[in-house]
Design a protein around this ligand. Structure first.
Ligand SMILES: [Zn+2]
Length: 246
């Protein structure tokens, strides 16, 4: 039969393992977390390209409609040429025609640039969507694999729960409730391993608490080593046990 200290050390170990398994069960595996990040990063890029393409298309349409308007004006001016009576009117009309022609030229340049931007964004969008499809499929695969793994992990969790119950049965009610209060206060780490602070082998040995580093008196180490006594750290109040290096 194990000493109460051995049982409590085993209980803490099992509880820590259980917490790990449960957080795995309720969370996303690391491999998927990375995929998930890639997934949303790609989605953001696609959104940005979509709005760039839409904006370029809008610019192009604006320029095209301005071209149509200006050409309409130009037609009107040209029809007027036959109607002018004075040299001055003629010169003014020619000036209007020149201005309209150069305006069309500028607008055509704008429309072309917008079309180039639009085409480029559409091409990139196509590539991104293709890559996204692959990523999406990979994500689906990982999800399927994780779903297949889950029952095994859940089974491990229930085995650990049963072990916890059994180990709790080895403790007196008083010790168990003291341990549970400590667990609540320390967020799941009620025990601290005693460690040897000075390992040079010269001079007196000095021990400390593995959780808070507070000095552990030699008398405590002796009582734990010889009698499996349930003693606590003077500072953090965790129950002490001898770590591998103490
Ligand atoms: Zn401590």
């Amino acid at each position: 039969m194990n000493s109460p200290l051995d049982s409590i050390v085993a209980l803490q170990g099992t509880l820590s393992r259980l917490a790990e398994v449960q957080s795995r069960l309720n969370g996303i595996p690391d491999s998927m977390r990375e995929l998930h990040a890639q997934h949303s990063a790609r989605q953001t890029e696609i959104d940005a390209l979509e709005s760039a393409a839409a904006e370029a298309a809008k610019d192009r349409r604006t320029a095209e409609s301005a071209i149509a308007d200006t050409q309409e004006k130009l037609k009107h001016y040209q029809q007027q040429i036959g109607l002018v009576r004075t040299q001055r009117e003629y010169a003014a009309l020619l000036q209007e025609i020149d201005t309209a022609k150069s305006s069309v030229k500028g607008l055509e340049e704008q429309a072309l640039q917008a079309l180039e931007r639009e085409t480029k964004a559409q091409g990139e969008l196509e590539e991104q969507r293709e890559a996204f499809r692959e990523l999406d499929a990979a994500y689906g695969e990982e999800m399927k694999r994780w779903e297949a793994e889950k029952p095994g992990v859940a089974e491990e969790a229930s085995t650990l729960v049963a072990q916890v119950k059994e180990l709790e049965g080895h403790l007196t009610p008083g010790l168990l409730s003291r341990f549970n209060r400590l667990l609540a206060r320390t967020r799941g780490e009620a025990l601290a391993a005693i460690k040897l602070a000075d390992r040079s082998g010269r001079g007196p040995q000095i021990w400390s608490c593995g959780a808070c580093n507070f000095r552990v008196r030699p008398q405590i180490v002796v009582e734990i080593r010889n009698q499996g006594a349930i003693l606590e750290c003077d500072s953090c109040k965790r129950i002490l046990y001898l770590g591998a290096e103490a």
